[in-house]
Design a binder for this molecule. Structure first.
Ligand code: BG6
Length: 491
């Protein structure tokens, strides 16, 4: 059988991500029989027996997965190790458990070290698993690592050096969960599998591209982390820039992780670097104020738990990226993301240029020729909309926009894997396509660092500048108006 086999050593096993995403994802892989020979060691500080841990896993599956068959069989693959991150003894105990399970489940020595916990321990863990012989195994060893991968180029590089002492670049799987989303993976297919798009996908025919990821949630319980991150580091450096790279990259010569990731890195290399003096013209920020949503008053960011009452942290970012290469010179890529917005939605709008001569000009705006738009709906709806012009019924040659829509939701949801499920499966199969390579991480941090340096040193006196539950700050509209563009409404 070519089903992957692995021992997953999951650090952070009592955390939120494990409960909400990882256990249900492993369960779905098991349930679909994508994996058969596997075992999981949950690792965390808290003392728990195997039975108690299995009970937690069962709870998580029953709460977050959509079926619960064979759940007892499933949880029997789980063990627990109460861990002290800095004690070598504790790693030796972990190694003994790992060796035993390896034999019991016939796992060929394949090991995945999954770090779903506070990043300050990533380096220590990588060094210790090597020092105590956990990575001395007959099968493969892989490191799956959650964000944040550093908070700047410098800190990311430091972390990278630490993990590279135990794992080589091709053994490191850096998670960006947006790359596991079905419609993010679809960007490449829409572009390169359609004769209707590929030839038009350049500065001759595209006016601008808009990438929006808006959330209705506020900062929730994550104030402490978010104060050091803000929307720029939390969303832009990773998720938004990854989507831009997929939209901008050249066609890969093969569908291998190496080829695709090197094309993405090239797209990042073509990004026009920010200069401190340009930040104000290219990037704007926002912070949410209190606001009433369905009759309840939501607090301002500055009144959220663990947030400074005069915080200068941005909860909203909009910006313009320019890609200085033959394909894209002159085409702005606009991005925006914010918390506490009016809708939860991630979308990409590709606006095509106006046709050279408009014969159907009308004074009524709705009868006029509309720019062609390709909208890629990433979430919550998954699909594609194409906006075209057609003749309005009647005697005059007037036009009206028509929409061609494809919705991915008609597909049976049960069989549509979730982001984490796909990423876990890929890491077990050794396919790193949808994980970020160090080159991409390094380049995107370098781009973002200039902006954060400027923002950290200039207090935004307009904060808070948008109401919770609204469409974001006015400055984001001005950013496009200066170029004669506007944000296409999210609907
Ligand atoms: C995470 C951020 O990476 O992405 C969160 O840390 C954010 O702040 C989340 O809420 C958004 O993910 P999604 O899949 O809900 O769009």
């Amino acid at each position: 059988t070519n089903k992957p086999t692995a021992l997953i050593i999951l650090f952070g096993a009592t955390g939120d991500l494990a409960k909400r995403k990882l256990f249900p994802s492993i369960y779905r892989l098991f349930q679909k029989k994508n994996i058969e020979k596997f075992a999981v060691i949950g690792v965390a500080r808290r003392p728990l027996t195997n039975a108690e841990f299995q009970e937690n896993v069962k709870d998580s599956v029953q709460t977050f997965a959509d079926s619960h068959e064979n759940v007892d069989d499933f949880v029997s693959h789980f063990s627990y190790h109460s861990h002290d991150v800095s004690s070598s003894e504790s790693y030796i105990e972990l190694k003994n458990i790992a060796d035993k399970l390896d034999e019991q489940y016939d796992l060929n020595g394949n090991r995945i070290f999954y770090l779903a916990m506070a990043p300050e321990f990533f380096g220590t863990i990588a060094e210790q698993v090597k020092a105590q012989g956990l990575t001395d195994t007959t099968g493969y060893k892989r490191l799956v690592i959650e964000k944040p991968f550093g908070t700047s180029f410098e800190s990311a590089q430091e972390l990278n050096v630490q993990i590279r002492t135990a794992f080589s670049e091709d053994e490191i799987y850096r998670i960006d969960h947006y790359l596991g989303k079905e419609m993010v993976q679809n960007i490449e297919v829409i572009r390169f599998a359609n004769a209707m798009f590929e030839p038009l996908w350049n500065n001759q025919y595209i006016s601008n591209i808009q990438v929006t990821s808006s959330e209705t949630l506020g900062v929730e319980e994550r104030g402490r982390y978010y104060e050091t991150s803000g929307a720029l580091r939390d969303m832009v450096q990773n998720h938004l820039m990854q989507m831009v790279a997929l939209l901008a990259m050249e066609p890969p010569i093969k569908l291998t992780d190496e080829e695709i990731r090197s094309e993405k890195a090239r797209a990042f290399r073509s990004l026009r670097p920010m200069k401190k003096e340009d930040v104000e013209a290219f990037f704007v920020r926002g912070q949410y104020d209190e606001g009433t949503v369905s009759n309840s008053l939501l607090p301002a960011y500055r009144n959220e738990p663990s947030v400074d009452s005069e915080s200068n942290t941005e909860t909203y970012v909009a910006g313009k990226l320019l890609i200085d290469n033959f394909r894209w010179a002159g085409v702005p890529f606009y991005i925006r993301t914010g918390k506490r917005m009016d809708v939860k939605s991630t979308k990409i709008v590709v606006q095509f240029k106006d046709i050279p001569m408009n014969l159907y000009y009308s004074k009524e705006p709705e009868e006029n020729v509309h720019p062609n738009l390709l909208v890629i709906h990433i979430q919550p709806e998954e699909g594609i909309t194409l906006l075209l012009n057609a003749k309005k019924n009647g005697n005059q040659m007037q036009t009206k926009p028509v929409r061609l829509s494809f919705s991915n939701t008609s597909i049976d949801r049960m069989n549509t894997p979730e982001a984490y499920e796909k990423l876990l499966f890929d890491s077990m199969r050794g396919d790193a396509t949808n994980f970020t390579h160090w080159d991409e991480v390094a380049l995107s941090w370098k781009f973002v660092d200039i902006i954060s340096e400027v923002w950290e040193h200039t207090k935004d006196e307009t904060f808070p500048n948008y109401v919770a539950g609204s469409a974001g700050p006015k400055c984001a509209d001005n950013l496009l108006e200066k170029d004669g563009h506007f944000w296409w409404p999210i609907e």
